[in-house]
Write a protein that binds this ligand. Structure first.
Ligand code: FMN
Length: 179
């Protein structure tokens, strides 16, 4: 699929149709994610994939607020995205600048964007969710303390009647050209 089409077709889907997404597809999405750049190629992004129907249902009820549970009621997988703290943006344990672990979060965002874009190419839909209980997520997936839990990405196939992608600001509203 043409890159511009992928960019335009990606949207947050909050109504899925229950069709199972295969583990192979999730692997392809993560394989695309890992091509993203990262601070000194530190590659601190990590993925925890909840894929079996019983675990998916349990995970949904345990870690998500009701709003996100409802939006992803028929999603068939969840991908928890984390990054290893104190590495990206750090030299021997000392932050290289004021952003600190923000660089790990930045890198993870780059990776996650590729993951979501690859999903579009594969005909799969996603919903990035920042509203979740990080401590419960960590316990559910066995995530070690040196990783920061960031978002959960719901994965599935969209229902026929999803809402329209919301509008965007104009380039001139968000960019300043210094000449
Ligand atoms: C970091 C992040 C956290 C988000 N958390 C949630 C969430 O918890 N629940 C939700 O329904 N949408 C969530 N979203 C989706 C945004 O609301 C959505 O991306 C935005 O409205 C633009 O719509 P679009 O993705 O369809 O272009 C999140 C998006 C991002 C990037």
């Amino acid at each position: 699929m043409e890159f511009q089409k992928v960019i335009e077709a990606r949207q947050s889907v909050r109504k899925f149709n229950g069709k199972q997404v295969s583990e192979d597809i999730i692997r392809e999405m993560i394989s695309a994610a890992k091509e993203a750049p990262s601070w000194k190629n530190s590659q601190t992004s990590r993925y925890y994939c909840v894929v079996s129907p019983d675990q998916v249902a349990k995970f949904r009820e345990t870690v998500l607020p009701v709003f996100n549970q409802n939006s992803t009621a028929d999603a068939t997988a969840y991908i928890v995205t984390t990054f290893k703290k104190g590495i990206a943006g750090f030299t021997q344990g000392t932050a290289d600048n004021e952003v600190g672990d923000g660089w790990g979060a930045y890198d993870l965002g780059l990776h996650d964007m590729l993951l979501c874009a690859k999903a579009v190419e594969l005909g799969v839909d996603t919903l990035i969710m920042g509203l979740r209980d990080a401590n419960v997520v960590a316990e559910f997936c066995g995530i070690p303390d040196d990783e920061q839990v960031m978002c959960i990405i719901a994965v599935g196939y969209r229902a026929d009647d999803v809402s329209k992608k919301p509008g965007r600001k104009a380039v001139d509203d968000i960019a300043k050209f210094v000449r």
